[in-house]
Design a protein around this ligand. Structure first.
Ligand code: GDP
Length: 300
C-alpha cells in the first residue's frame, strides 16, 4: 500500500499525481513538516516500511526571501521525521532528499566526500538535514540514506525553475500567447538529469543491504543558455535573442556558477547511472509543453 502526505490548503493541488494516473492508488494523509504531531500521526497510521522525504521549501530563489521558513521546513522538518521514525518505527527505511546545492561554492566535480559550502538558506538547511540523517543512522542504527541529487527535471517540474520556465514560455511564444521571456543569470551551469531516472535511484538505495549516501548526477554540466538554445531551435523558434530579455532583478544575491556531480559510487555500488541525455530531456520538456498549450489554449 502507498501513502502520500499533503499539507491542507484551501485548494487541493494534485495535478502532478493526476498526470501519472496514480491518485487512486495513494492513500492521502494530511501532515505538515512544521508539525511534529501530524508527522507522528501519519507514521502511526501508515506503519511504513519505507519513507521517502521529498518534502521541502524546495525553491532556492524563494529561500532568500523566506530563510526562516525554509530552515524550519527543509532543515528541522527532516529532524521531525527522524524523531518520528526513532520513536515509532525504528525498523523503517528512510530516504532523505539531499541536494547538490549543499556543495555551493566548492569548485570542481563533486562526490560524496566533497565539502559542503552552501550559498543559500536552502543549501544550508539541506546540509543540516543531511547531517541529522547521518547522525540518526550512526547513533540509532536507523536505515537512513541520503541521495545527493543534482538538478532533476521533467515535464512535471515547477514553473518557477528555469528549465520548465523556458519550455513553458517557448510553447506559449510558439502559439503566440506570449511575446517575451525574462530570465536572470543565463551563464549559470547545472548538471541536469531526468527526474524519472533519479527516482529509480532513490528506490534502489533503500533496497541495498546497508544504508549509505550517494551522489546522483549525469556528470555533465550545461549552461542555462545552452538549454535555451537547444529548446528554442527544437521548438522551431530559431534564435532566442529575438524574444529573451535579461532581467537583472532576477539575479540572486549569491548564485552557484557551476554544479557537476560524480555519480561513480552509485554506479559501482548500486548499479545506477543516468539513462536520459541532456538533449532528450530538453526535447521531452518542449514536446510536453507545446502539446499541453495546444490542448489548453486558455491556460496562463
Ligand atoms: P536551482 O539550481 O535549484 O537553483 O534551479 P533553478 O532552475 O531555480 O536555477 C538554475 C540556475 O538558473 C540558477 O543559477 C539561476 O540563477 C539561473 N536562472 C537564470 N534565469 C532564471 C530564471 O528566470 N528563473 C530561475 N529559477 N532560475 C534562473
Amino acid at each position: 500500500m502507498f501513502f502520500g502526505t499533503f499539507r491542507r490548503t484551501s485548494h487541493k493541488c494534485f495535478e502532478r499525481l493526476e498526470e501519472f494516473e496514480i491518485v487512486d492508488k495513494v492513500t492521502e494523509i494530511k501532515a505538515d513538516l512544521a508539525d511534529y504531531g501530524s508527522i507522528q500521526t501519519a507514521i502511526k497510521q501508515s506503519e511504513p516500511d519505507e519513507i521517502y522525504n521529498l518534502g521541502a521549501q524546495s525553491f532556492v530563489g524563494a529561500s532568500f526571501q523566506q530563510p526562516i521558513l525554509t530552515s524550519d521546513i527543509t532543515g528541522l522538518g527532516v529532524l521531525r521525521v527522524l524523531e518520528g521514525i526513532r520513536e515509532n518505527v525504528p525498523d523503517a527505511k528512510f530516504y532523505q532528499a539531499s541536494s547538490s546545492e549543499m556543495f555551493g561554492d566548492y569548485q570542481g566535480i563533486k562526490n560524496e566526500k566533497s565539502p559542503f559550502i552552501p550559498r543559500s538558506p536552502y543549501g544550508a538547511a539541506k546540509v543540516f538535514a543531511h547531517h541529522m540523517t547521518n547522525h540518526y543512522r550512526e547513533a540509532y542504527d536507523i536505515f537512513a540514506c541520503c541521495g545527493i541529487l543534482f538538478n532533476h527535471e521533467s515535464p512535471l517540474r515547477g514553473l518557477e525553475f528555469v528549465t520548465r520556465k523556458i519550455t513553458w514560455s517557448l510553447a506559449k511564444i510558439k502559439l503566440k500567447t506570449q511575446e517575451k521571456l525574462h530570465l536572470g543569470n543565463i551563464s549559470a551551469k547545472r548538471d541536469w538529469g531526468f527526474a524519472g531516472d533519479y527516482v529509480e535511484a532513490m528506490w534502489m538505495m533503500l533496497q541495498q543491504k546497508t544504508p549509505d549516501d550517494y551522489v546522483i548526477a549525469t556528470g555533465e554540466s550545461h549552461s542555462v543558455e545552452e538549454f535555451l538554445t537547444i529548446a528554442s531551435e527544437y521548438a522551431g523558434l530559431g534564435d532566442w535573442h529575438n524574444f529573451v530579455e535579461i532581467d537583472k532583478s532576477m539575479m540572486r544575491p549569491t548564485d552557484i556558477k557551476e554544479l557537476v556531480g560524480d555519480a561513480s559510487k552509485a554506479k559501482e555500488k548500486i548499479g545506477w547511472s543516468a539513462k536520459t541525455s541532456f538533449e532528450e530531456l530538453v526535447k521531452k520538456m518542449v514536446d510536453h509543453d507545446i502539446e499541453y498549450h495546444k490542448s489548453h489554449p486558455l491556460s496562463f
